[in-house]
Design a protein around this ligand. Structure first.
Ligand code: VG1
Ligand code: CO
Length: 553
């Protein structure tokens, strides 16, 4: 605590009196707020001090720091470094210019045995002065802080009397190498090098180079976000994809004015390219901080849930996974396509709440090798974050080994395992009171539905999803309302924990189709009946005033 704090050389460390903010509770993935909120005097400092107080790093501790380059990163980086020094942290590893993608930060924490990491990003949320900023906190395993820790940080923020910061000039972050800030070493590292090396150790780069030499064409959309430098180094320089294969590769603080969210709506330029008559063989996009991926074939979209299943089914073609998979996991709303692969492989499949932090224990305990979420997130035990470019390389490795177009590969997968039609409808910017009220009424209503027949389906069960972590026994409840049908179809309702304006209701729909003759339907048509049921039971229109979702993925 401030009074008994002793730093090594804290001559210039100031203790600043502050008042707690009531709203610093991290959500699904870090603390996310409008830039204007973070700009309030003491707001960032309060949260960072709460993080340092809660983590209580050893005096010689190492902190990894970086971000997605979005607006306000440049203001926040020197503040955090001066606070780290004033809090007696021994060493800070910082990506050059403050850049580190979320998966690269995870990889750096693990590689250098750091004690914690701070990632400055609001992920796929819009950037710029009117946009969002965020702070993610990671632990020594390289993964997002578990709920117990984020709740402790929040509790600390509610009672924070002071914070500590150095009165010193900013450290230059544009040159590689060490310097000192009071008693702390600041080591500026290449943000790409360690990550690229890890990728080379997992995938058959020789086969990928041969693939590109044979004329295979790819379009990678970095969405003017953090993956540009990573993709250019790995795809173009190391693997020989033609120059220009990476589009929108230059990171910009406002991501070029569009949300850096890799889906069919926001990556429309890529979608247009992949639908053109001369489309490349493969298309992909990553989000603001590089942990999400969207995978496209020629005029063909792979749902993230199917992508996870395909990676699991074909994993052994990649050298890093040649020994097979220990198990897999998916978030609850993610389709059950991967469950069928796990069953065929005879390995366990875990169902976790939404958010990457829930995979950490399973990965650390070596219970799973691959995991993923429907929200364009896939990853493995190589890191403790989802990893966009990793997923792209994995797909390329599979395509190089199977020598089949992507669409043919996916359709063959459906014939073998059956197809899980899947969609997510987001209703954004809702009145938070109306959204909570909808969920409350729905919880009661769903309880009366088991046994009833609706839309030619019988309801098997309904619940509010609760998860008990098989490793540490911690319980997460209230993780989404589920309506489960006897034929395997599911409807899930959840409120988002990453938005910064109003409430976002997410409606997840899934139906299983074993018959290959019926697997070619349009997804929205195949799910139309379920969509109607979901709207009816939740009284969506009456309660939100919305006739249609704002985003469909
Ligand atoms: C969303 C996604 C979730 C993902 C989270 C963070 O959360 O649904 O699957 O883990 O974003 O992704 P929510 O609570 O809004 O549904 V990222 O790329 O922000 O780190
Ligand atoms: Co992200």
């Amino acid at each position: 605590m401030p009074s008994d704090f002793t730093a090594k050389a804290d001559m210039n460390a100031l203790t600043i009196a502050t008042r707690p903010f009531p709203d610093q509770r991290p959500g699904t993935s870090g603390l996310r707020k409008k830039v204007a909120v973070f700009r309030q005097p003491h707001y960032l400092e309060n949260f960072i001090q709460s993080v340092f107080d809660t983590l209580a790093l050893p005096p010689d501790g190492t902190l990894v720091l970086g971000g997605d380059g979005r607006y306000y990163n440049q203001e926040a980086l020197p503040v955090i470094l001066k606070m780290a020094a004033a809090n007696g942290i021994g060493r800070a590893l910082v990506g050059r210019d403050g850049i580190l993608s979320t998966p690269a930060a995870s990889c750096v924490i693990r590689q250098y045995g750091a004690h914690a990491g701070i990632i400055l990003s609001a992920s796929h949320n819009p950037g710029g002065p009117q946009g969002d900023f965020g702070v993610k906190v990671n632990g020594a395993n390289g993964g997002p802080a578990p709920a117990m820790l984020t709740e402790a940080i929040y509790a600390r923020s509610r009672a924070l009397p002071t914070y500590r910061i150095l009165d010193a000039p900013d450290v230059a972050l544009d040159k590689l190498g060490p310097s000192t800030l009071d008693g702390m070493t600041v080591e500026v590292i290449d943000p790409v090098a360690d990550y690229a090396q890890l990728m080379e150790s997992l995938f058959d780069f020789e086969a990928l180079r041969a693939l590109f030499r044979s004329g295979f064409r790819l379009c990678f959309d970095a969405m003017h976000a953090v993956t540009g430098p990573y993709a250019e180094e790995i795809l173009e320089r190391r693997l020989g994809a033609p120059a220009g294969s990476v589009i929108r590769g230059e990171p910009r603080p406002d991501f070029g004015g569009a949300p850096p969210d890799p889906n069919l709506v926001h990556a429309h330029e890529l979608v247009r390219i992949m639908r053109a008559p001369d489309a490349p063989d493969f298309g992909a996009a990553c989000d603001g901080d590089g942990d999400r991926n969207m995978i496209l074939g020629r005029n063909f979209f792979v749902t993230p849930s199917d992508s996870l299943a395909l990676l699991a089914a074909n994993a052994t073609v990649a050298p890093g996974y040649a020994a097979g998979l220990k198990g897999v996991a998916r978030s609850m709303p993610t389709s059950r396509a991967v469950d069928r692969v796990a069953q065929a492989l005879g390995i366990p499949c875990y169902e976790t709440p939404t958010g990457w932090k829930f995979f950490g224990n399973l990965l650390d305990a070596d219970k799973i090798t691959l995991c993923g979420e429907e929200s364009f997130g896939t990853g493995s035990n190589h890191a403790r974050e989802k990893d966009g470019l990793w997923a792209v390389l994995f797909w390329l490795n599979i395509l190089a080994a199977r020598r089949q177009p992507m669409e043919a590969l996916v359709r063959a997968h459906w014939r073998t395992y059956g197809r899980h039609f899947y969609t997510r409808h987001d209703y954004e910017g809702l009145d938070p009171v109306a959204a909570r009220c909808l969920m409350k009424q729905l919880r009661e209503r769903l309880g009366r539905l088991p046994g009833q027949a609706i839309d030619n389906r019988r309801v098997r069960a309904s619940d509010d999803f609760q998860y008990t972590d098989p490793v540490d026994g911690s319980v997460a409840s209230g993780q989404g309302l589920r309506l489960l049908f006897e034929d395997g179809a599911r409807i899930v309702f959840r409120l988002s924990g990453t938005g910064t304006a109003g409430a976002t209701l997410r409606l997840y729909l899934e139906a299983f189709e074993p018959d290959p003759a019926r697997q070619g339907q349009d997804t929205q048509q195949a799910l139309a009946g379920l969509i109607g049921v979901a709207q009816e039971v939740s009284q969506l229109r009456q309660r939100t005033g919305r006739a249609a979702p704002s985003v469909v993925t």
